[in-house]
Ligand binder design. Structure first.
Ligand SMILES: [Zn+2]
Length: 254
């Protein structure tokens, strides 16, 4: 548990998905209410005008939502509800297009009854960099399914719990940059947030190009807060009962 805090050997947390090791970066400890040493270092570098180095290690946003993956080419995910990493520009476009006052507004994609699918395309731009685009797909009601899945999914706005679940491999995530090939399209049906008053897309902060924290860099206060988080996670009775996520015998090793 929380072994990403004191793993001194790996440069970035890696997860094994479909037999392949994937880099997901290091969660920003600010999401756990802890002063984050990587953020501090980046801020110091910005203050000293080392902007390139600072921006390479500064926290990066990582958008997530829940979705049904409707395309059949992804064995592990097809036709199942899954956590989905939404590419940044796709998130921007959806947010703009879903706005009721937008010209030719697409309407609310996640509405259980009136929602619709989204078609995400991965292409290689003229400069060779990967690009993503999104289009409105077909209407798809999920009214019946939603009452079932609402109970099963977690609140994506609980950043501490979600990043813990991700780095400890207890939740699967579909990441287009790893899963999709160039010039491939995928059809998804975004789900509302478990708490329907909240936005269906949330975000996490991860650091890239940083090494794991050394044990001696973790202050006493940090240990204390991680312990509080562990207690909070253990108290998430719903998750314990439904999927046996937190094991009694797990200890934090710091
Ligand atoms: Zn940070």
């Amino acid at each position: 548990m929380f072994n990403w805090l004191n793993d001194k050997t790996t440069e970035n947390v890696r997860r094994v998905v479909s037999g392949e090791s994937q880099r997901i970066g290091i969660p920003c400890l600010a999401m756990f209410g802890i002063e984050c040493p990587h953020c501090l270092r980046a801020r110091r570098l910005y203050a000293e005008r080392h902007d390139d180095e600072a921006s390479s290690i500064y926290k990066k946003k990582f958008f997530v939502c829940y979705a049904f993956i409707l395309s059949d080419q992804y064995e592990d995910y097809s036709r199942r509800v899954t956590l989905f990493q939404m590419p940044v520009n796709v998130t921007d476009k959806i947010v703009r297009k879903m706005h009721p006052k937008a010209p030719n507004s697409w309407g609310d994609a996640v509405d259980p009854e009136k929602g619709y699918t989204l078609i995400i395309e991965k292409t290689s731009g003229s400069d060779g960099r990967t690009q993503y685009d999104v289009d409105k797909g077909k209407p798809m009601s999920i009214t019946k399914l939603w009452s079932k899945y609402k109970e099963e999914i977690m609140d994506i706005h609980d950043q501490a719990l979600l990043s813990y679940m991700l780095v400890s491999n207890q939740i699967q995530i579909f990441q287009p940059r790893f899963e999709m090939k160039e010039n491939e399209t995928i059809e998804i049906r975004m789900l509302p947030c478990k708490n329907e008053n909240k936005y269906p897309i949330s975000y996490l902060f991860f650091h890239w190009n940083v090494t794991q924290l050394r044990e001696d860099e973790i202050a006493f206060e940090c240990k204390y807060k991680v312990d509080c988080i562990r207690k909070k996670l253990e108290a998430e009775a719903d998750y314990q009962e439904s999927s046996d996520i937190i094991h009694e015998d797990e200890e934090i090793e710091l």
